[in-house]
Design a protein. Structure first.
Lengths: 265, 267
């Protein structure tokens, strides 16, 4: 218990260092945040103009799609903000920075987490929030306590899932020594294509995203519950099941740390 | 002319060395193309009549877009050029009896060409063998194919000339970050990179088609599957030529002006 409290204290300190560091370059921070906003704004405009022409896709209306997209975007941006250190971990391994982490008397995970706190993703989060409120107001959902809880579970589960993917990507770096670009399909690709409910991509994709990389658990199924198309209260906590993805990711990471040999100078 | 061509060749052969990176790129492009096709298939199932072009033409558009991504992606810019401006290496290039604009232009075209050569064939071949409406269809006719190649090259040149403007504006602004973000996201959207231009509402589409962005990937990818009428094609090709000349001319003037009062950064 004492260790956890001191870890949290340390993490807070890391965040404060990162923030102070970022605020030294205010223009750069502002521009990066704007860039983050613009790239996902393009995705939004794409959806907007498609729905000028079509009224529904797979039974989902414009505002329902926006609700779905906004929650996923929020999860992804949160995961990227906190776990950016894992996302850029290949740099750390290649330059031998990881050796410095190993010699310090603290856990590796907390140090890698603390190495980068990417607040620029706030640009994307802002957009996600705007779409989220638009979606809520126009999707015709009858809100009750269970549904509000479902949204929180979605955000928690989804953020953990994306963080798990970043950790998996970092864990693989121990074996390949360089960043695996292919992993982008599962991180950036999911952000890009998670804009539509997974059922849009067909049965096979739904199966894959339920049992292998559980995007659907945090996106499609709880969305059905929110829209009142499923009634069972199981759907409320279903998104939390996506957290299982952290287990193999962390296991691979641990294995990687154990057999790590330095590559830097 | 000869020296610019040899710069082009050097950069091109260098670009061909990055084969592993190309493999990762191919895998990503496949995944992207596949998901895009699925999205449009879902919209097509919902409302066939609202489709502005045939479904098969849309799929061909998507696969060609993925195959030739390196031609048209404005965000794939040469960091070497930005660095040379920011760090002052440009001083060496200014000493040489060469024209900065021509050198950079031939370099950027070479980089884009080498990337596309490594990536396009596996994507094109597999996409051509996918089942009927979902894959890359045969070109509309022999004439359409020839025009496709012509406009593909013109589109590549327009894209390169547009990126040149961003490089050159860096002389004036020092930090490329802001301009780059603004220009590339505008270009990505208005060139039909997010959704093909025919999917935009009619009035907006008429305006967008006049912009330089529409002269990048839009023309050739639509000519391939015959989703542009003959007079529309003629107009589009003339517009491509117009924008190519305009962009190069503007770029050259700005470059000339920048060279006169250049401050070399770094030491």
């Amino acid at each position: 218990m004492k260790k956890i409290i001191s870890d949290i204290k340390l993490y807070k300190h890391y965040i404060s260092i990162n923030l102070r560091c970022m605020m030294q370059y205010k223009t750069s921070f502002f521009l990066s945040a704007m860039g983050q906003f613009l790239t996902s704004f393009n995705v939004f405009l794409g959806i907007f103009f498609l729905f000028q022409r079509f009224s529904k896709v797979e039974g989902f209306t414009y505002s329902q799609v926006l609700l779905c997209f906004s929650i996923l975007l929020l999860e992804f941006s949160l995961a990227e903000t906190f776990a950016r250190g894992f996302d850029t971990f290949s740099e750390m391994v290649r330059q031998g920075e990881f050796d410095r982490i190993l010699v310090r008397p603290r856990g590796e995970i907390i140090q890698v987490l603390g190495s980068n706190f990417e607040l620029t993703r706030i640009g994307r989060m802002l957009q996600a929030l705007v779409m989220f409120f638009y979606g809520i107001l126009n999707s015709g959902i009858d809100w009750d306590l269970m549904k509000i809880l479902t949204v929180f579970c979605m955000i928690l589960g989804g953020t953990s899932l994306f963080a798990g993917l970043f950790i998996l990507q970092a864990g693989l770096c121990f074996f390949t020594l360089e960043g695996l670009e292919i992993m982008n399909i599962f991180t950036d690709g999911a952000r890009e294509f998670g804009k539509y409910p997974m059922a849009v991509y067909g049965r096979n994709m739904l199966f894959f995203t339920t049992f292998f990389i559980p995007y659907s658990l945090v996106q499609y199924y709880p969305l059905l519950y929110l829209l009142g198309r499923r009634a069972s209260p199981v759907y409320t906590i279903l998104p939390l099941a996506a957290m299982w993805f952290l287990l193999p990711s962390l296991a691979l990471w641990k294995l990687g740390v154990r057999r790590y040999t330095s590559s830097g100078s | 002319m000869k020296k610019y061509f040899s710069f082009f060749r050097m950069r091109f052969t260098l670009g061909l060395q990055y084969r592993v990176a190309a493999l990762a790129g191919i895998a990503t492009q496949f995944a992207w193309g596949f998901m895009e096709v699925m999205i449009f298939a879902a919209f097509y199932r919902g409302d066939k009549n609202a489709f502005p072009m045939s479904f098969s033409a849309t799929c061909s558009y998507i696969w060609l877009e993925q195959a030739f991504l390196a031609f048209f992606a404005t965000w794939m810019m040469d960091n070497e050029i930005f660095d040379s401006i920011l760090k002052g290496n440009i001083a060496y290039e200014l000493c040489r009896p060469i024209d900065i604009y021509n050198i950079w232009f031939s370099k950027s075209v070479a980089v884009r060409l080498s990337r596309a050569v490594l990536r396009c064939f596996p994507i094109l071949i597999v996409a051509a063998f996918l089942p009927a409406p979902y894959g890359l269809a045969k070109p509309e006719s022999c004439l359409h194919f020839c025009l496709f190649i012509l406009t593909l090259v013109l589109g590549l040149l327009v894209t390169a000339a547009f990126c040149m403007l961003i490089y050159i504006l860096t002389f004036y602004t020092i930090s490329p970050q802001g301009l780059r973000i603004l220009f590339t996201s505008a270009a990505d959207f208005f060139s039909g990179g997010v959704i093909p231009l025919p999917f935009f509402p009619e009035p907006l589409q008429n305006v967008i088609e006049l912009l330089p962005f529409a002269s990048m990937q839009n023309v050739s990818l639509r000519i391939y599957s015959g989703s542009m009428g003959p007079d529309k094609m003629e107009k589009a090709i003339l517009l491509q030529l117009f924008w190519l000349v305009t962009l190069i001319f503007t770029g050259k003037i700005l470059c000339r002006r920048a060279e006169k009062k250049i401050t070399v950064q770094g030491g």
